[in-house]
Write a protein that binds this ligand. Structure first.
Ligand SMILES: [Zn+2]
Length: 128
């Protein structure tokens, strides 16, 4: 019936997902089941969603928008791991679009580069 292989030692072997902003416990439970070597899953697992924890949502997204940098092709995009929070007012001024309903916006690397959000230096050029 189920696709999960239980661990004899650790059962469903649960982890908490990690918050994309603070790296603390997120909003989801990950059931690893049996891992190689019957290892115990870490208490905190990977970031599994763009939704931050409740504390971060309250602290940062009441008055701001979470920008998540994405790389890849439109059909296969992945977060680069770089994030930023812009005040609502700054988001409106820079992007000139309505605030996203969940206050989370994904932006392509090219856009964050143009904005200088993360000071990319890996292409060997400085354009100031
Ligand atoms: Zn958090």
């Amino acid at each position: 019936m189920s696709g999960i292989k239980l661990s004899a030692k650790h059962g469903v072997n649960p982890s908490m997902s990690r918050c994309i902003i603070c790296g603390g416990a997120g909003n989801e439970i990950i059931l690893f089941g049996r891992l190689p070597g019957d290892a115990e899953a870490p208490r905190l697992g990977p970031v599994t969603s763009l939704e931050p924890c409740e504390k971060c949502r309250k602290q940062y997204l009441d008055e701001g928008v979470l920008l998540v940098e994405m790389d890849g092709t439109p059909r296969d995009e992945n977060p680069t791991g770089r994030i930023a929070v812009l005040k609502n007012e700054a988001f409106n001024r820079i992007f000139n679009v309505p605030l996203p309903p969940k206050k989370i916006a994904m932006i392509p690397v090219e856009v964050s580069d143009r904005l200088g959000l993360f000071h990319h230096a890996d292409n060997g050029t400085l354009d100031e």
